[in-house]
Design a binder for this molecule. Structure first.
Ligand code: NAD
Ligand code: UDP
Length: 320
């Protein structure tokens, strides 16, 4: 019998790639999104398929799906710092009320549910690299707290449903992931730098650029999530690429990649911007026999091709 999977946040970057993956694996995909930061163009190629349907719905409101459900992937949430600073209450609600609704649905349908957590649960980490055992360093009342705490609550309520209701649950802690279909104006560093290069603007580094990140290409991330869902492991698992780089060196790489003549300019570092971030992926390697395959150079080339293919209108569209 064909497996049925509900994917929330389906019109977003990660959600749309997950829809593609599960379609290609022969699943019946039920996509759900309220389009607050997503775009239907990311999934419009799936609309003609018989094993795909889309619900325009806000998951903080009661979620009803007719028929059986085998799996739920809960990916709905603003994910970039400028998005969640712009819509802080919705961010808290989708992580808390939205997750509660989806756990309730999973319980009713006896479905396995995987929730999208984040490296942000580690906050501005005092331990490096970050392994799943680290409890994190989050400022609950700082501007990023709305996202970090929503995701920490999401993990807690998921474990509570697992422990108290015996629900089959998975938690993926996603580290910075990139690739085609990221929104050009979502403010994250990769679309920001590439967009600036394509528009002929200077590249804006926040702070001195000595903060680090470790970027994972989308196909690697999707494969890790897929393997985790099909495992039987209920505690959190880091999925990311440990190849760490400072934002300053990364800006230099993007200048080379894009061939831009523009320079780097320095702006204030946002409050509580983590100083360093690198996943310890020993657990994912051991448990899932998974490790990232796509080197940054290759992934960034593909990502640049995608952004280059966007229209002038999209390139110059102002959102913020
Ligand atoms: P995205 O903004 O591209 O996608 C999020 C999607 O969720 C959007 O389509 C948006 O419209 C939808 N959404 C938001 N609130 C909703 C609601 N209340 N009801 C229904 N739909 C709603 O972001 P993304 O990068 O694809 O992130 C997807 C998930 O992965 C998020 O949960 C995010 O926290 C998590 N994550 C992503 C990264 C990353 O590097 N991309 C890192 C860590 C965690
Ligand atoms: N950043 C930057 N310039 C930009 C956008 C981001 O220097 O135009 C920095 C940001 O301060 C952070 C890093 O790049 O240190 C990664 O930012 P992003 O928003 O992509 O993700 P996150 O901070 O959530 O890891």
């Amino acid at each position: 019998m064909q497996k049925r999977i509900l994917i929330t946040g389906a019109a977003g970057f990660l959600g749309s790639h997950l829809c593609d993956k599960f379609i290609s694996e022969g699943y019946y995909v039920i996509a759900m999104d309220n389009l607050i930061t997503g775009d239907l163009k990311n999934i419009e190629h799936l609309f003609k398929l018989e094993n795909f349907e889309f619900y325009n719905h806000d998951v903080t409101k009661f979620v009803h799906i007719p028929g059986k459900l085998d799996y739920i992937l809960h990916f709905a949430s603003p994910a970039s710092p400028i998005d969640y600073l712009k819509i802080p209450i919705q961010t808290l609600k989708v992580g808390s009320l939205g997750t509660h609704n989806l756990l309730g649905l999973a319980k009713e349908k006896k479905a396995t549910i995987l929730i999208a957590s984040t490296s942000e649960v580690y906050g501005d980490p005092l331990v490096h690299p970050q392994s799943e055992e680290y409890y994190g360093n989050v400022n609950t009342i700082g501007p990023r707290g709305v996202y970090d705490e929503a995701k920490r609550f999401q993990e807690s309520i998921t474990m509570a449903y697992h422990r108290f209701h015996g629900l089959d649950t998975r938690i993926v802690r996603i580290f910075n992931t990139y690739g085609p279909r990221m929104r050009l104006n979502d403010g994250r560093v990769i679309p920001a730098f590439i967009g600036q290069a394509l528009r002929g603007e200077d590249l804006t580094i926040f702070g001195k650029g000595l903060q680090t990140r470790s970027f994972c290409y989308i196909t690697d991330q999707v494969e890790g999530i897929y393997k985790l869902l099909l495992s039987n492991y209920s505690l959190p698992v880091n999925i990311g690429n440990p190849d760490e780089i400072t934002i300053r060196d990364f800006a230099e790489e993007i200048i080379k990649l894009t061939g831009t003549q523009q320079k780097i300019v320095y702006q204030d570092l946002p409050e509580n911007d983590p100083l360093q971030r690198q996943p310890d992926i020993s657990l994912a390697k051991k448990l899932l026999n998974w490790s990232p395959k796509v080197p940054r150079e290759e992934g960034m080339k593909k990502t640049f091709e995608y952004f280059k293919s966007l229209s002038k209108e999209e390139l110059f569209k102002k959102e913020h």
